[in-house]
Ligand binder design. Structure first.
Ligand SMILES: Cc1ncc(COP(=O)(O)O)c(C=O)c1O
Length: 387
């Protein structure tokens, strides 16, 4: 299932955008956007085929298809250990939009929201688009001792929200239950809404274990908005499908209003919901196989990067990206990225503020959701040119 033979490069070159195969010059290997090189699970294609065969592609309910809502509520209860309800969650056209509407629902102009640094750009982007202020809280790669005093010192009267990204893209940190308890206590003490982006929560490497912050206790659950999606675990990025879940009616109303779904100006398309429902109900064995393959790729990627002079990479606990410290090369992340693209014909993501925040400088990010052959080829090309 996850052999090199499963990868269809001809199709990827036509379909894989967002800095990937369809966007790089011939001969370049893109380890850029975190989107798998493997096709999605067969059960997803079957579910879509079955649905479209009847040829009725009518408007769906603005708050989502019942089967999607029930499957999602069951997922949060059984896999993430917290109770929401079909009436307290709805599909959105991506985790990205889920982040955006959560910020829109709870932040006004001039409000402050705490984001991690480094972290995916979507948090800062959403907050700043709404006229609010993103305050970066530094969690450098490899941090096992979070400075919670510093976090508390950052909180002012204007601070309304804390944004968790768990596991943390790009560093691959999986927050421990103890750490989440402290985040939760601080959020309760200062009356902050918690936005927890858990899109990566299926991609966890043993012995690390994932905990949803909403599962910590009742007070924390009541102030948490959980956002998730299907791009990472199931390779459904092009279907633009995710979900937003909360634990009370008041939050639900704010989120749903912010989504503009009722007016049909926005909405999650029904095929995405059918695919996501199939993913949750029929693809758990496929997902286990994918994570097992990724565990091997993670080890190969980290070992390979650490053999390159001037590179240093910690092993991610979750996510399928490696975040390598390249400061030992004497170059900055943009220079190294350009050099590797030019000389090794491998595309990676530079640790620029625009992608991950100011704390990402000195790093590059590589996705390893590919075959062993492609990954080894990319690593050996980088090693050769850096040598
Ligand atoms: C932490 C995080 N959140 C959200 C997203 C966006 O997901 P989607 O494709 O569902 O918009 C990504 C994609 O890289 C991500 O890494």
């Amino acid at each position: 299932m996850f052999d090199n033979s499963a990868i269809n490069l001809d199709t990827l070159k036509k379909r894989a955008y967002n800095l990937r195969w369809a966007m790089v010059p011939e001969g370049v290997i893109p380890l850029t956007a975190a989107d798998p090189d493997f096709p999605s699970a067969p059960a997803i294609a079957e579910a879509i085929k079955e649905f479209v065969t009847e040829r009725y592609l009518c408007y769906g309910p603005p708050d989502g298809l019942p089967e999607f809502k029930y499957a999602m509520a069951d997922y949060f209860l059984t896999k993430r250990n917290f109770r929401t309800a079909p009436e307290l969650l709805f599909p959105v056209d991506s985790a990205a939009f889920g982040i955006y509407i959560t910020c829109k629902a709870f932040l006004s102009k001039g409000d402050e929201a705490i984001i991690f640094d480094p972290v995916d750009f979507l948090f800062r982007y959403s907050i700043e688009n709404l006229g609010a202020i993103a305050k970066p809280f530094s969690i450098p790669p490899g941090t096992n001792d979070i400075d919670f005093d510093r976090l508390e010192q950052m909180i002012t009267k204007q601070t309304k929200m804390i944004c968790l990204c768990n596991p943390l893209n790009p560093t691959g940190k999986v927050f421990t239950k103890k750490e989440l308890e402290i985040f939760g206590t601080i959020a309760c003490k200062h009356n902050l809404v918690i936005l927890s982006d858990e899109i990566w929560s299926d991609i966890i490497y043993a012995p690390h274990e994932f905990t949803s912050i909403a599962a910590i206790n009742e007070d924390v659950r009541q102030r948490t908005i959980t956002v998730t999606g299907f791009s990472k675990s199931y390779g459904l990025a092009g279907l633009r499908i995710g979900a937003v879940a909360c634990s009370n009616e008041k939050h639900y109303q704010l989120l749903f209003e912010a989504s503009l779904h009722q007016s049909t100006v926005h909405g999650a398309n029904i095929i995405g919901q059918v695919a996501a429902t199939a993913a949750l109900t029929k693809c758990q064995d496929w997902l286990a196989g994918f994570v097992s393959h990724l565990t091997n790729m993670r080890n190969i990627c980290v070992d390979g990067l650490n053999e390159i002079p001037g590179f240093n990479c910690i092993s991610p606990e979750g996510c399928y990206v490696a975040f390598a410290d390249i400061t030992g090369t004497g170059k900055n992340s943009k220079e190294i990225t350009d050099f590797i693209a030019e000389s090794a014909k491998v595309a990676v993501v530079p640790g620029l503020k625009q992608w991950f925040g100011a704390g990402a400088e000195g790093y590059i990010r590589l996705s390893f959701a590919t075959s062993e052959e492609i990954l080894r080829e990319a690593l050996s090309r980088i090693k050769l040119v850096i040598n």
